[in-house]
Structures are given as C-alpha cells and as structure tokens.
Design a protein around this ligand. Sequence first.
Ligand code: KG4
Ligand code: ZN
Length: 362
Amino acid sequence: MSVYVLGIETSCDETSCAIVKDGREVIANTIYSQIDIHTEYGGVVPEIASRAHIEKISYVVDKTLNDANMTFNDIDCIAVTYGPGLVGALLCGVSYAKSLAYGLNMPLIKVHHIKGHIGANYISHKELEPPFLCLVVSGGHSHIVEVKDYDEFKIVAQTRDDAAGEAFDKIGRVMGLPYPGGAKIDKLSYEGDKYAVSFPQVTFKDCYDFSFSGVKTAVINYLHRIEQNGVDVLNADNHEIILNEFLNGNGVKQNKKELSKADIVASFTEAVTEILSENTVKYAVEKKYKTVAIAGGVAANTHLRRKLTEKCEKHGIKFLYPEPILCTDNAAMIAAMGYYSYLKKDFADINLNAVPYESIEK
Ligand code: KG4
Ligand code: ZN
C-alpha cells in the first residue's frame, strides 16, 4: 500500500506544504514565498517571517489538499521541519504539525531541514539510493556530506566562515541587486567576463573545507576602491563602465581595461563555483564515489551545475541535481525524507520542539 506523507516547512521565509507518495512522487507542493515582504529590508526579518507563516499556513495546507484532490483521510502521517532555522518561524510549522497530528491521531515525524534538502534528490531521481556524496549549499550551510544511508550522514568538509548563499546575498547587496542576490547574480554573470578579475579562491591543506569571507571581502574592497574614484557603484547600471583600468583581486594595476558590474559579478561567481565544484569532485575521486548530488538554494546556480557536470564527467562520476523548484525551501523535500522515518517508525511525540541549530550528523 502506498504511503502519503503531508510535509510542512516554515524554517525561514517560505511557507510550504506538500503531499508526497512513497517518498518519491510529488502529488502537490505549495510554496508561499515571503521574499517580497523581506526585500524591503534587504534580508529576512525573523519576527515578520513568523507572523507571515501564521497568516498563511492554513491557506497553504488547504490549497495543497485541494490541488491533490485529497482530504486528511488520505494522509498517513505529518512530517515537519523542526530545525535548523529561525526559531520563531520553525515554531509556526512545528505547532501546526503537532496540532494536526494530535487532532487527526496520526504519526508525527520530525525532519532536519538540511537532510530535507538532500532528500529533494530522491524526488528528482527516482533511482537514486545511498551511498552518494552531496554538496549542500544554502543560505546558512556549505557542506560536503557523505550520505551513507537514508538516515546516516557524515560531514567531510564545511565552510570555516560564511555560507556560499550568504556570500551571494552579501555581494548582491553591495552591488545594488535586490535581496536575495543569488539568483540575480547567477543571471547577470552570463553578461560579464568571468576572467575580468581574479578573486581569491581559498583552499586548505589536507582538507576540503571552504572559506568565503575572503572572496567576499576582496569584492567589497575592490568596489570601495572604485567608489574612491567617485563612482556610485550601488546605483550604476549593470553594464555601465565603472572602472577604466584593470586591477587584480589585490587591487594591483595590471593593464588598461573597462569593467562593469556584470564583469565583477561574473568574476565573483567564477571564484565561488570553482572552489565548490573542485573540492567536491576531488573528494569524490579520492573516496571513489560513483555519484555526486547537490542540494540547497545555491544548488540552483547554473554555473555551479555546469562546472560540476563537466568535472564529474571527466572522472566518470554521475552528477545529479534537483529541479530548481526543489532546490529552494519547500515541503516536498521534507515529506520525501519523512517517508524514510515513517518506514522505520521513527515518530516524534507531542513534546517536539523547534531547534535553531542542529548538526546533520545527529
Ligand atoms: O536553501 P535555501 O532556499 O534557504 C536556506 O535554507 O538557507 O537557500 C537560499 C539561498 C540564498 O542565499 C539565495 O541567494 C541562494 O540560496 N540562491 C542562489 C540561487 N538561487 C538561490 N545562489 C546562487 N545562485 C542561484 N541561482
Ligand atoms: Zn533551505
């Protein structure tokens, strides 16, 4: 008999509900994005996020059941993101899910947000089974993870400072692009020269950890130098020439060149995506992984996908990525992972609480 999991996700700025069949097939997936509300502030405002979740959650759950042409009688269990994330936002989903499970006398399942991101790959690739290697890149995480089983994960590399998504958003902000910057930088990078400026790509001896604060600072310093020449970078058009000489990442003059915001954005994207893809594939080769997947909001980045496709192909490694709608925060990925807990009867009780920080290894 098929198992239908109703998933709920409210960890940050998306209110989402989905119904997934047998962990692999999305029956309905509703995502209400709060981005328009937060754009005005240049980032997510936690209290506003919580209030918006409360306002929308019932609507989102009802719509999902309607879209699926189902009622609660057709659902086998409720899965919810309990962490990591914004505690107030998480509490909205957790409280709602607990009420549903209690009222409907159904099992309640807690799902770790990052494990959910990884689980998005099970929906997009029906044949995928652990073990595989996964690069998890979101607004708050940059991990290389060994997915040993559906419920067993090992972090083998991680960022020492900023997450990749955080760096994208920060650079978006200093470039005058609306929040969140990641997707806009992705698109604008096609219109610039990725070799215009060589920004630092940090590597560590004897491990595959990341560090993005250096490249972020290098871009910001670079822009400051341009601004010192009287250029209003924030308000400049994306293709307007903002610099008439070519400086390298350390601000050293190399030769004459015209540079636009698009060139700087493309060069930044090149630095970040090169290091993410290079470290991941090097680790996969070293440990003889046959399959590499990506997950999280930054997994939608088309430059990163292209680089991973090319590098994996070179080493005969299969490379998988979820469809873009499943990279961003969504409840389908939560329901997909919830299914595997359901099979093991790994149920949460009514005391379930929201947890803002929790390792994926737990
Ligand atoms: O996974 P996610 O939706 O939320 C978290 O769990 O953090 O990730 C959001 C992050 C944001 O930083 C956003 O700018 C980034 O993912 N992002 C992208 C792209 N689409 C979203 N970054 C780079 N390129 C993209 N196409
Ligand atoms: Zn996320």
